[in-house]
Design a protein around this ligand. Sequence first.
Ligand SMILES: [Ca+2]
Length: 479
Amino acid sequence: MNIYRMLPAGYAAGLLFMVLAMPQRMVAQAQQRVVTPNDTLVSPEVSPDHRVTFRIYAPKASEVAITGDWISQGRGTGGNLRKDDQGVWSITVGPLVPDFYSYTLTVDPELLVDFASRSIHETAITAKAMIKAYYNQAPHYSYFTGCSGGGGQALSEAQRFPGDYNGIVAGAPANFPTHMWPGELYAAWVTHRDPANMIPNEKLPLIANAVLAACDSLDGVKDGVIGDPRRCNFDPATIQCPGPDGPNCLTAAQVDSVKKIYAGLKDPATGKLFWYGYERSSELGWPGHINNPFNIPLNYFKYMAFQNPNWDWKTFDFTNPKNFALVSEASKKLGPVLDSTDPDLTPFKKLGGKLIQYHGWIDQNISPLNSISYYESVEKTMGGEKVTQDFYRLFLAPGMGHCGGGAGPNTLDGLSALEQWVEQGKAPDQIIATHATGGKVDRARPLCPYPQVAKYKGTGSTDDPANFVCTSESSKSAK
Ligand SMILES: [Ca+2]
């Protein structure tokens, strides 16, 4: 891949394949004709509803040494072309369903498989074949990186198609959507049960500040970031108004909402956790969920689970056992296709695959506890921490939101760490993450392989990664 990084910035030449075809057929076509930029290949044999759509930018063969790797970038919502300013080209997977999350009433099971996993696999096969045809040489290494929906695709690849990639970066993976989507919608329902239960946006900083006041120092550094929110037991009742409602306190109904959002969605019959609550210190990211529901979980219910576009989420009481049973049934029915939670990564490991996963601790969309749960399930299945960390490491990022953002170091180069691991056998003992303000890096810190955490050595700037060390003082599944 490095060779591509040497290409001049703004390098615009290349081939754009806009493919609307079954991939194998498309490869055959591509080899038979001269392809020009912005060319569109369409297979007449495929109906418009069954199509794999993606684009490839490939540097001209005359301008690159053919020693490269390729990167496929998974995308939650797909469609955009990715080419960074160093000239690294990548293959970007586009939406499989024309209107993606706006699913059609007649759910086509084949389309669902395309959407969930097959498209990514077909893209890998097709892209490798096209690279070979175009450059007369197969890529030396193949990588996949994605966050959110793309992170879910990343784990699906490791589980379902272990031979597709040598290395995979899975960021904040949405790999358990049939539980995650109900859990997301639950937070919206909690605040809409009654107008009194709504938490005004203006009060979110009040809660976030109270959480920090209670828990910021637990990690040894007072820096606006909580190292491991599982250790924070902040009780919102401590900021409940002693009298009437006011701007600097919460009403009893608002306290109840906050408690429920922290607690997560539970089976009302058994009390068993169905999906995790939001972490303490993630409050500033709540507006997109508690005011109006995020469209993705809403459309899951409307189109995939219930097939009723008029379904009214506001009147769907999640604590009613009959309603919850419907949620659970939908998960059982759709989970085998949509979810990627298989903890057995034996085939991927045997093929030499390496997997780096990361997740922000204040992720406002996907719970970091799901990443921990999946990682620990793999450890259990694969035979323990050492065996697992030989090929799979999870990095939790304190103060990082969903795939980025937040007061903590929230930007990392997982792909470079992955390359070193795959190509030089150098496993990442830490990955440096940075935080920038106005384009200028003002904080950097190591992220450590779970269950290790970064601990301040006690002297020097807390924004200098050299003053932190990865230690094993964290406990697994503290919550
Ligand atoms: Ca702190």
